[in-house]
Design a protein around this ligand. Structure first.
Ligand code: AMP
Length: 188
C-alpha cells in the first residue's frame, strides 16, 4: 500500500507520518529529510539546496526525482511507502504516477491534513509577537506557507478530481487526528 501525505508547514505531518508508518509498516519517504541529509553531506549540491530551502522555495523537480529514485532503489522492503512532502506540484504527481507504474504500484489514497491557512499564519505571527522579533526562521516559515498555497493548492484540486483525496481535520489532539487518518485509510 502506498499513501501520500499532504499538508501545509506546521500541520503536524511529521508526527502523523511516524504513526502511520508504524501502524501500516510503510517506509517513510520524506523529501525534506532526504534533502536535509544531502545538505549535511556538504558539497556543491548541498550548498545550493540549503539556499533554496532557507528561502522557503521549492527545489527543482529534476533534483527531487533523482533523490527519490535513489531512495526507492535502496529501500525496497516493507509493505509500501508513505510519501511525505512529495509530490508538491502536479508535475511531481505525474512523475510519481509514472515511477509507481514502472514497479506495478499505485497510490491508495492521498491524505490531506487540513489546517486553514489563516490559522497557520496566525500561529506563525503570534510566535513572532511573543518572541518580540522577526527572525529568519519565521520569514522562512511564512515563505514556505506562501509557496505551499501557490504551488500545492492546484495539486489538492488535482487529487480531488481523480478521487484520491481524503481530507483530515488537522486540529485537535494528535491521537484524534491519527484516528481520523486510520478511519480514512481503512474505509477505502
Ligand atoms: P519539508 O520538510 O517537507 O517541509 O521540506 C523542507 C523544504 O525542502 C521545503 O520547504 C522545500 O524547500 C524542500 N522540498 C521538500 N520536498 C520538496 C519537493 N517535493 N519539491 C520541492 N522542494 C521540496
Amino acid at each position: 500500500m502506498n499513501l501520500v501525505l499532504l499538508g501545509p508547514p506546521g500541520a503536524g505531518k511529521g508526527t502523523q507520518a511516524k504513526l502511520i508508518c508504524e501502524r501500516y509498516e510503510l517506509i517513510h519517504l520524506s523529501t525534506g529529510d532526504l534533502l536535509r541529509a544531502e545538505i549535511t553531506k556538504g558539497g556543491d549540491l548541498g550548498i545550493k539546496l540549503e539556499e533554496i530551502i532557507n528561502a522557503g522555495k521549492l527545489v527543482s523537480n529534476e533534483i527531487i526525482i533523482e533523490v527519490i529514485k535513489k531512495f526507492i532503489n535502496s529501500n525496497k522492503k516493507k509493505k509500501g511507502y508513505l510519501f511525505d512532502g512529495f509530490p508538491r506540484n502536479i508535475e511531481q504527481a505525474e512523475l510519481l504516477h509514472t515511477l509507481l507504474k514502472s514497479i506495478n504500484q499505485v497510490i491508495k489514497c492521498v491524505l490531506l491534513i487540513d489546517v486553514s491557512n489563516d490559522i497557520l499564519k496566525q500561529r506563525i505571527l503570534s510566535r513572532r509577537e511573543k518572541e518580540g522579533r522577526s527572525d529568519d526562521n519565521e520569514e522562512t516559515l511564512l515563505n514556505r506557507l506562501n509557496t505551499y498555497i501557490t504551488e500545492t493548492t492546484p495539486l489538492i484540486n488535482y487529487y480531488e478530481q481523480i478521487d484520491l483525496l481524503k481530507k483530515i481535520v488537522g486540529e485537535g489532539e494528535i491521537s484524534h487526528i491519527n484516528q481520523r487518518i486510520n478511519d480514512a485509510v481503512e474505509e477505502i
